[in-house]
Design a protein around this ligand. Structure first.
Ligand SMILES: [Zn+2]
Ligand SMILES: [Zn+2]
Length: 236
């Protein structure tokens, strides 16, 4: 764990050294703690979402950290995205699959501890902020593996990929909840993000989905879908 730092504002993990400001949120270095200090102050907590999906988040809250999710599938488990804090002995799954490159968390430490294989879209592996993170598989396009379906849609980031497992949709921060509405993530190219939204709608059409897992919420699909339909209608 030597030489790893965590930004308390956004949860970004800096591997090897830290610059004066957080590469992700620009917070000053006074807001950084070492990864070891982070493991002492924060613990990854699991909250059940469905029978085989749990939400993983640091407790107490670690800045802007995005929720990760653990899926217990037949014969294997995997994470979608990764917590910012490292809890030793948590038992990382065989695979960590990223939606995009913004919140890679402490994936390198889980990889070192348990040999978890880390997956990200190739287009999101080339960004400067992830150059110190290790990836095992750089995928391109859609794929299916072990009951998981991955769909590359671009938009918010060039490699943004959402996932479906069983009746659960994993959408991370492609959409933000704003009171009773959904809006597109504003940090990215607007037109491409909207086009990606239409792709999501085409892919999930007619699918039996009951739950949506986002970066700071999980919600019944029926409720989420009404808001998503309104957004689609507004951004034709
Ligand atoms: Zn930060
Ligand atoms: Zn993002």
């Amino acid at each position: 764990m030597k030489g790893q730092y965590v930004c308390l504002v956004c949860g970004f993990n800096m591997i090897g050294h830290h610059p004066d400001n957080c590469p992700f949120c620009n917070a000053p270095k006074e807001k950084f703690i070492t990864s070891a200090e982070c493991s002492e102050s924060f613990i990854v907590k699991s909250t059940p979402v469905t029978d085989n999906v749990t939400c993983l988040r640091s407790e107490p809250e670690l800045g802007l950290e995005h929720s990760a999710y653990c899926v217990e599938a037949v014969g294997r488990s995997f994470w979608i995205d990764c917590p910012s804090s490292f809890t030793p002995g948590l038992g990382a799954p065989r695979s960590i699959l990223f939606t995009h490159h913004h919140f890679l968390g402490a994936s390198n430490l889980y990889r070192e501890e348990d040999g978890a294989k880390v997956y990200i879209h190739r287009a999101d592996s080339e960004h400067d902020i992830v150059k110190h993170h290790d990836f095992d598989t750089l995928f391109e396009g859609d794929f299916k593996a072990g009951g998981l379906e991955a769909y590359h849609i671009n938009g918010h980031t060039p490699g943004f990929t959402f996932y479906i497992h069983g009746e659960v949709l994993f959408i991370c921060d492609y959409l933000f909840q704003r009171e009773d509405k959904l809006v597109y993530n504003p940090y990215g190219p607007k037109e491409k993000t909207e086009e990606g939204g239409r792709m999501i709608a085409r892919i999930i059409k007619g699918r039996d989905i009951t739950m949506v897992c986002g970066f700071n919420y999980f919600e019944r699909y029926k409720t989420w879908r009404k808001k998503f339909d309104r957004l689609l209608a507004e951004t034709v």
